[in-house]
Design a protein around this ligand. Structure first.
Ligand code: ADP
Ligand code: ZN
Ligand code: ZN
Length: 734
């Protein structure tokens, strides 16, 4: 008779490809997925039980005992454990790091799970309604709260977080209590067994939307690509899908690229399903995040809306995973466990038998290919419910109309007309800062970071020049250190464009939207609010402007410079540029009156520019797919990047060569090993980087060879400070 399993194999947050065996004390009974505290070295650490066993290779005298299990039940169910094991294998990453990283920081650090207290719901009293109508409620914030509660799109009673999302305000509890003291609000306690019913949509679905919702219900297990032009009502489709799934008692996981950039979307979901939504993203304080996660795990909140890592939230009876803006590269983690949440969402759907919907106006070539070849379902929304059309894209030839500080005459004329008609202008420039670089026109010297292969950029109102890779900054030199000529500012960033626009359009309210301008908490909400209230007629910004915002008054979108993205050598640069143009175009002409999109380019005859058609994205990117096929690139081939990094160029090169040799020795047929070659940014923060590209028509040979080679190089003695990172399905080769 085999002995009862008294040994647990435990994943720890260590960069090692192994589990750790511990003895289970007699008093403890454990299951896989459970959290434990174990002795490690001289201290203790938190781990997760992966397997139970009755024997161990560690001699029993050296086997240490588990100290405690904070909970009696597993935190990660078997399916989620399986997903993470799959992920660690697929991305060639240590299981322990992947697994512990999937838990909220507080859980990983050993904090106890919080008791769940029901949240107060706020309701507007008749006096509150009167105060709003009579103008007694004077403050803008008071009005916003009173207006939101009980309006036709919101539930009668909302919790503070939902109210904050719906009003776009940071609401403190005392602010709401103060309103209650005036008799305008009343606090109620929800019944966790009976959450308030969802709000009914005010829309009857269009036939296309109906077909998409029905496609989900047809019960096939393949993922569904929901491809819809901007403004075609994808969100409404998600909401109705969610409603249906919830009505059957299942939970919904809603992944979005970035919460901060799209407060409207999460607010819309929260308003539709009051009291049911847990928001999960890295902007939350640890305690808030833990409570939201626990409410989801315990089945108290049945919808999780979150960014990438929310994919790993335990949700009993998961029925549907939605990945909105599935093309967004924010779903790919760019360091450590480099997973793609979109791809793992598909895996999670398979494991938990949950439906998966990928939505976008500009899907990745991978998803489009899967949909057109029948591997995914494909639902298309080709029209907008309000009857408007995405605008056609016009080009301005910069060889004929030379731009001055980024602005050509045709663009300035179009702006004049748009402003005269009372509409807004959005100008897109994917580069932050003031002027790109400090350069010497006499000898060609350019200010560079001493620690990176990067030029320093300069920003308005900042006397220092900054490296955006490592953060190095220094006082701007006035004169060239080589030849002492005065230095010139070359290139164009959003700040400089903003200043040029202020000169062209004096007195016209203007705002800038980029990472620098929204650094302060609440700055983004305020900017979006100003745009919505038409308190800004011209908006200058980076790709942030092109995200899913819905502003009805945008009459013109100008793209300052597309050529850089179109002629980059990077794998997805062209695809991303086309996506950006189409998404940006989607911001124009949402309300009445249509809209224009002007694209400044020196290559108006480029086939991709000529083929621009925001109304039919698949047709527009067909030539790109052909190019990819000819080159054996995704989706017609699979890629992995192995990066080697060390403190000096020669060590890096030597080890990269050694690793490439391991890879070549392990390579099976059909796998190409390219490199090593210096990374496009060879030196960053005083460290050097070489990379090796693996390319294969089939997935399996790539993964098998990589696993074998990795085994081999792990046996090598790497000098300290050498780092090797594996990036499977990279989104960028830079
Ligand atoms: P998308 O997510 O595809 O960009 P949205 O779901 O935001 O589009 O919808 C765009 C606009 O159309 C929104 O203002 C939404 O309220 C409205 N809308 C969506 N579906 C319908 C419908 N069936 N009938 C009328 N209006 C709709
Ligand atoms: Zn010089
Ligand atoms: Zn630097």
């Amino acid at each position: 008779m085999p002995a009862a399993p008294r040994i647990a194999r435990i994943a720890l947050d260590r960069p090692l490809d192994r589990l750790f065996d511990y003895r289970i004390p007699d008093a403890l009974s454990l299951a896989p997925g459970q959290r434990v505290r174990v002795p490690f070295g001289r201290g203790t650490t938190i781990g997760v039980v992966v397997e139970l066993a009755s024997t161990s290779e560690v001699p029993s005298g050296r086997l240490r005992a588990i100290l405690e299990a904070p909970e009696a039940e597993p935190l990660l169910g078997t399916r989620l454990l399986e997903l993470l094991q799959f992920g660690a294998r697929y991305y060639h990453h240590p299981l322990g790091e992947a697994l512990l990283g999937a838990l909220p920081p507080a859980v990983r650090h050993g904090d106890p799970l919080p008791a769940l207290t029901p949240e107060t719901l706020w309701r507007k009293t008749p006096e509150g309604a009167r105060a709003l109508a009579d103008g007694d409620a004077r403050g803008r914030r008071q009005q916003a709260v009173l207006r939101t509660l009980g309006n036709e799109n919101a539930a009668a009673a909302l919790d503070r977080a939902t109210l904050a999302a719906a009003t776009g305000l940071q609401l403190a509890p005392r602010e709401l209590h103060a309103l209650a003291q005036r008799g305008w609000l009343e606090a109620t306690t929800p019944d966790p067994e009976h959450p308030p019913p969802p709000n009914i949509s005010d829309h009857a679905l269009t036939p296309d939307q109906r077909a998409a919702v029905d496609a989900l219900a047809s019960g096939t297990s393949a993922p569904l690509l929901l491809e819809g032009v901007t403004g075609s009502g994808k969100t409404e489709v998600y909401l109705q899908m969610a409603e249906r799934v919830l009505a059957h008692g299942h939970a919904v996981l809603f992944l979005i690229p970035e919460i901060a950039l799209t407060p409207q979307l999460s607010a819309r979901i929260q308003q539709r399903f009051p009291g049911q939504v847990a928001l999960l993203h890295s902007g939350l304080a640890e305690g808030e995040r833990l409570r939201a996660w626990e409410a989801a795990r315990r089945g108290q909140r049945r919808i999780v809306v979150g960014t990438r890592s929310a994919l790993f939230t335990p949700l009993p009876d998961l029925g549907l995973i939605i990945v909105d803006e599935e093309h967004d590269s924010a779903f790919k983690q760019q360091d450590g466990f480099r997973y793609n949440a979109r791809d793992l969402a598909i895996k999670r759907g398979q494991l938990e038998q949950a439906a998966v919907v990928l939505g976008s106006a500009t899907p990745t070539l991978e998803s489009l290919h899967a949909a057109t070849t029948g591997r995914y379902g494909h639902a298309r929304l080709t029209t907008r419910p309000d009857g408007t059309h995405p605008p056609t894209v016009e080009t301005v030839d910069t060889r004929v109309h030379a731009p001055d500080e980024g602005l050509t005459d045709p663009l300035l004329d179009a702006m004049q007309q748009t402003l005269a008609a009372g509409h807004q202008c959005f100008l897109l420039l994917n580069r932050r800062g003031f002027a790109r670089v400090l350069a010497c026109d006499a000898c060609g010297w350019v200010a560079e970071c001493p620690d990176c292969d990067a030029r320093l950029t300069i920003h308005a109102h900042n006397p220092r020049a900054v490296c955006h890779l490592c953060g190095h900054h220094e006082l701007r030199p006035e004169r060239c250190p080589e030849c002492a000529e005065p230095l010139a500012q070359r290139g164009l960033g959003t700040q400089r464009l903003e200043q040029a626009l202020a000169r062209h359009f004096p007195g016209i309210p203007l705002i800038r939207l980029d990472r620098d301008s929204i650094r302060h908490k609440g700055a983004l909400e305020e900017a979006l609010d100003r745009i919505r209230r038409l308190d800004a007629a011209i908006v200058v910004g980076t790709q942030m402007l092109a995200k899913g915002h819905d502003f009805p008054q945008v009459g013109l979108v100008g793209v300052i410079d597309v050529d850089q993205g179109l002629f980059s050598v990077d794998l997805r640069a062209t695809e991303n540029t086309l996506q950006l143009i189409v998404q940006a175009a989607g911001r124009a002409g949402r309300g009445s009156g249509g809209g224009r999109v002007l694209l400044q380019t020196g290559h108006p005859d480029h086939p991709l520019i000529r083929g621009l058609n925001a109304a039919d994205y698949p047709a527009m990117v067909a030539p790109l797919l052909e190019e990819r096929e000819a080159a054996g690139m995704p989706p017609h081939g699979h890629l992995a990047l192995v990066r080697v990094e060390a403190g000096d160029a020669e060590t890096t090169r030597r080890h990269a060569e050694r690793i490439a040799t391991h890879l070549r020795n392990a390579a099976t047929e059909g796998l190409r090993v390219l490199g090593p070659a210096p990374a496009p940014r060879h030196r960053v923060n005083r460290r050097f980087r070489e990379q090796i590209l693996l390319q294969s028509t089939r997935r399996n040979p790539l993964h098998q060879s990589l696993a074998r080679a990795r085994h081999a190089w792990q046996a090598d003695d790497l000098p300290r400070g050498t780092r090797i990172a594996i990036d499977i399905d990279p989104v960028s080769l830079a």
